[in-house]
Ligand binder design. Structure first.
Ligand SMILES: Cc1ncc(COP(=O)(O)O)c(C=O)c1O
Length: 395
């Protein structure tokens, strides 16, 4: 058991081992690309397969990855406080592994209405066809226990929510799941294990789009599913193996490289986001700020209870129509218009009002919602850019 701080471990996981002949090593593990794994002899092969059959991590074929992948799995386990991790080629692939690994025909799943939008597409495109039914609920509003059916197997949530960053009470959800013998799965891309650790709060499965803060440079697609329980690990592993998801070694390597600066990137994103919140608070065009670390956010007390930090994600409700808000978005010069987040750069997303209709937390009917990722640029420049773009709404 390590006694080091997480920041220390993140720097040391994935150090290259010394060459036994020369006694030298590069600092970082190289990208170990392979499709085929060679075994020194049949005994080595048999031992690897026996390990795999026993549910242990064993290198047998390129699809399950070699040392570069293993180091990245360790990173996720360390971040999330889990004992088992499977990697996936995107966050959405990781979500699929969790759903399809834990649910079968005839099962029912409760899904929070604030989850990443494409989960609803997964429901329409795959779950319905497989005979897996979904009920969406408003966390913190609906009585979750009352929605449980005899065939409910999983509660799937995301905290904070994807568009409005509402904090969910993970401890209460975990208690409901436990009392009813359900598996609580959460998308922890926002926290990425660094500022929020749902497994420690009672969640059973954490799904992370490493595409965002873990890789951190907007150049990698990556997902991970992390669990603590051995039996759940076997089900997740079996689904991942069956689905044939494989992450490229180069992407694993880039993520390992990205994670080395997570301890400096995350607090800086968080500081910059608070500076931007302070600015928005002075502007009449901004009706509401959604950012749990902001002291006026409705979820601030839960954030204080459950999180150890924050990040660069925030949304604003503008006192104007969604159409008028397009002027604001188009006037920004430092914020790229794009859907992603978690990289070093600032981004803006004009949220389609249709995406909010099934979202109980949203009370700004007729108003625009703009989601921002506050990057690592100087906040002086970012705020000047936001100010001129807000002025532009009425221009
Ligand atoms: C909260 C959340 N979960 C999952 C995903 C999916 O990740 P990926 O784009 O790597 O498939 C995203 C992507 O934006 C996300 O925001």
């Amino acid at each position: 058991m390590t006694t080091h701080h997480l920041d220390t471990d993140l720097l040391h996981i994935g150090s290259a081992p010394f060459d036994p002949v020369t006694g030298t090593a590069p600092v970082s593990l190289p990208s170990m690309r392979t499709s085929t794994v060679r075994f020194e002899n049949l005994e080595a092969l048999e031992s690897a397969f026996a390990k795999r059959m026993a549910g242990e991590r064993a290198i047998t074929y390129g699809r399950s990855g070699m040392d570069t992948h293993r180091a990245l799995e360790q990173v996720f386990m360390q971040l999330e406080g889990g004992t088992y991790c499977v990697l996936a080629p995107s966050g959405m692939a990781a979500i699929n592994i969790a759903f399809l690994g834990l649910l079968k025909t005839g099962d029912h799943v409760l899904v929070a209405d604030c989850v990443y939008g494409p989960v609803r597409n997964l429901d329409r495109a795959l779950l319905q066809g497989l005979g897996i039914s979904v009920t969406y609920f408003a966390a913190g509003h609906d009585d979750v226990a009352a929605l449980i059916q005899p065939n409910t197997k999983v509660i799937y949530v995301e905290s904070p929510g994807s568009l409005l960053f509402e904090m969910l009470d993970m401890t209460t959800l975990a208690a409901t799941a436990k009392d009813n013998n359900l598996i609580l799965v959460t998308d922890n891309t926002w926290g990425s294990g660094y500022i929020y650790r749902p497994l420690a709060l009672g969640a059973d499965v954490s799904v992370v789009a490493g595409t965002k803060y873990v890789a951190g440079h907007s150049d990698v697609m990556l997902g991970a599913v992390i669990v603590k329980d051995e039996k759940l690990a076997a089900r997740i592993h079996s689904a991942q193996y069956a689905m044939g998801n494989a992450l490229s070694a180069d992407d694993a390597w880039l993520a390992l490289r990205g994670v080395k600066t997570m301890a400096v990137r995350m607090p800086q994103h968080a500081r910059n986001a608070i500076e931007v919140c302070k600015f928005f608070d002075t502007r009449k065009e901004v009706a509401r700020i959604f950012h749990p670390a902001w002291h006026k956010d409705a979820g601030h007390a839960l954030w204080q209870r459950d999180c150890t930090g924050s990040n660069g994600m925030l949304s604003i409700e503008l006192n104007c129509s969604p159409v008028a808000a397009k002027k604001f978005v188009n006037a920004l010069t430092l914020f790229g218009i794009g859907f992603s987040w978690g990289g070093f750069e600032s981004l803006v997303q004009w949220v389609d009002p249709g995406a909010l209709t099934s979202h109980a937390y949203w009370t700004g009917d007729g108003h625009a919602l703009i989601r921002l990722h506050i990057g690592l640029e100087s906040t002086l420049d970012l705020i000047a850019d936001l100010a001129q773009a807000l002025d532009n709404i009425h221009a």
